[in-house]
Write a protein that binds this ligand. Structure first.
Ligand code: ADP
Ligand code: 5GP
Length: 214
């Protein structure tokens, strides 16, 4: 292919505690040269071990509202009492440079992105069972039991929107799950609709052959 294709935009969503963050970290470790992982802005407080500009850009409510007013976010949503949003510039630059971009965001934001960029690939991560979800959320040890309860209520709401997604990723064995995500995104490159410039070139060459043979 002579002309560089635009990168593929993938959204990864899933219940809190399903393992999205863990999968993304591992995917970047193993295939980091292929992907640009967008870092979101949020008004929630950093968890122990989280660093500004690594997991999130941690912002005050006022700063976040200023980003909304400046149209600096592709999408944003409220989730269990806090704002979360995707900074626009990084995503647009990376896609234009032909890199595959991943957003790890919740379902309302995912649907907004899909509406705005209809060729977005939507992946939904679940744990093998609801009981394992609760275990993982509790085991992570980063939220109070009240917040865990709110996140489980939110999970029950989120599963209702799952039909909008393209692929289900059951996060049982981590490495297998990471490879599955990588394979699915890789396969998207071969979609007819993502190879229009290559096909236009082929069509023109074939037309030239048939003109000669007339
Ligand atoms: P999310 O980003 O979806 O909220 P995390 O990545 O923080 O979820 O994972 C929640 C918890 O589950 C973490 O303690 C993590 O270590 C654990 N975890 C993630 N994936 C697996 C897996 N495949 N098997 C067992 N534990 C997992
Ligand atoms: P957490 O507080 O566990 O890091 O994230 C809570 C939820 O917010 C997760 O479902 C996560 O995917 C989602 N999230 C993170 N960043 C964004 C974002 O930029 N936009 C939206 N809409 N959701 C996000």
């Amino acid at each position: 292919m002579t002309q560089k294709n635009r990168g593929i935009l993938t959204v990864v969503s899933g219940f809190s505690g399903a393992g999205k963050g863990t999968i993304m970290k591992e995917l970047m470790k193993v295939h980091g040269e292929r992907y640009a992982l967008s870092i979101s802005a949020t008004t929630r407080a950093p968890r122990p071990g989280e660093t500004e500009g690594v997991e999130y850009f941690f912002r005050s409510r006022e700063e976040f509202e200023q980003m909304i007013a400046d149209e600096a976010l592709i999408e944003y949503a409220a989730y269990v009492g806090n704002y979360y949003g995707t900074p626009r510039a990084y995503v647009e630059e990376q896609l234009a440079a032909g890199r595959d971009v991943i957003l790890e965001i919740e379902i309302q934001g995912a649907l907004k992105v899909k509406r705005r960029f209809p060729d977005t690939l939507l992946l939904f991560v679940t744990p093998p069972s609801a009981a394992i979800l609760k275990e993982r959320l509790t085991g992570r040890g980063t939220e109070t039991s009240d917040v865990i309860e709110s996140r489980l209520v939110r999970a029950a709401e989120e599963i209702c929107g799952i039909e909008a997604y393209d692929y289900l990723i059951v996060n049982d064995r981590l490495q297998e799950c990471v490879e599955r995500v990588h394979q699915i995104i890789s396969n998207e490159r071969y979609r007819i609709s993502r190879n229009e410039s290559f096909l236009a070139g082929m069509r023109a060459e074939l037309d030239a052959f048939s003109q000669k043979n007339k």
